[in-house]
Write a protein of this length. Structure first.
Length: 95
């Protein structure tokens, strides 16, 4: 059985400084922006779902929205990138 880091007698770490090119900086920024966007979208869906479930007299529109949000949250985050095409854009070359 493999040991965990806490069970090993010594812990080693490596500190590395990188100097990305301009294209790589753009790619890193685009990836971090996309992940932040997806997180915020899913957080917004959870927030909407929370408040919709608090409605005292649910009407068909509210029930339909609750079902839609529940289904969207069950799917992977790739479903969000299918809706928002800019998340699939590969416009930067990493050279």
């Amino acid at each position: 059985m493999a040991k965990t880091m806490a069970q090993l007698p010594y812990h080693y770490g490596v500190k590395v400084r990188v100097f990305p090119s301009t294209g790589q900086k753009r790619l890193i920024k685009r990836n971090s922006d996309a992940s932040r966007f997806i997180y915020n979208e899913m957080n917004g869906m959870n927030n909407d779902l929370f408040w919709l479930k608090k409605v005292k007299t649910p009407i068909t529109l509210v029930l339909k929205r609750i079902a839609d949000l529940t289904e969207r949250l069950k799917k992977a985050s790739t479903a969000i990138s299918n809706i928002h095409g800019w998340l699939n854009f590969i416009g930067y070359r990493c050279i």
